[in-house]
Design a protein around this ligand. Structure first.
Ligand SMILES: [Zn+2]
Length: 199
């Protein structure tokens, strides 16, 4: 009798994965791929093609595994495309930090948002940017705080809170560390410069 390999049982979508498929949620792209038994095609979660019936869906961790199970890549969402190069990925991370610096941004949160492990993010970011995500976030916060100090009359505590640093004394220490001046000195200097220009 010919030897036949026992088939690996298909992996069915979790409720979370199924929701992602139905909502074409691009946040899940790269975290899993889904194949549809009736069409023989596999897709990214964000694919805009007609939603399949749930009982026909199988989940794969990578395009290679879906291809190994004889599924073909979808022409529409091109799931076989290579993963983002690290530079592109780090760029997305810096954009995310620039948009959300006013919120607490622990590494785990960044990791969840761009679907990487904290360890990998820390390493890749540091290699490409020469600074850790946390240090970069602080730089952005202080940059924004400098802008608020010179363009608004907000009290220091409010400037601190507006850039995501709710502890005002921590804010002042960090500000001084990165600019060499206290927030008040920084503001006064800018006022003096303006006064000179006005004369
Ligand atoms: Zn597709």
């Amino acid at each position: 009798m010919p030897h036949t390999k026992s088939p690996i049982p298909p992996v069915l979508p979790t409720q979370e994965q199924w929701d992602a498929i139905i909502q074409n949620d691009s946040a899940y792209d790269g975290t899993f791929f889904y194949a549809v038994k009736t069409t023989g095609i596999y897709c990214r979660p964000s694919c805009k093609s007609k939603p399949p019936l749930q009982q026909h869906v199988e989940i794969f961790p990578s395009p290679d595994r879906a291809a190994a199970a004889q599924f073909r890549p979808c022409k529409r969402c091109k799931p076989e495309g290579r993963q983002l190069p690290d530079e592109e990925w780090v760029l997305q991370l810096t954009e995310l930090i620039q948009q959300r610096y006013a919120e607490p941004l622990p590494l785990q949160e960044l990791a969840d948002r761009i679907h990487g492990s904290p360890y990998h993010i820390q390493r890749t970011f540091s290699r490409i940017m020469g600074t850790t995500p946390a240090e970069y976030t602080q730089q952005i916060r202080i940059q924004q705080a400098s802008r608020l100090l010179t363009t608004t009359k907000l009290p220091i505590t409010e400037v601190a809170a507006a850039v995501g640093l709710t502890n005002a004394s921590h804010f002042s220490t960090l500000f001084r560390k990165l600019t060499g001046k206290t927030p008040t000195e920084y503001r006064n200097l800018s006022l003096e410069k303006e006064a000179l220009l006005d004369e």
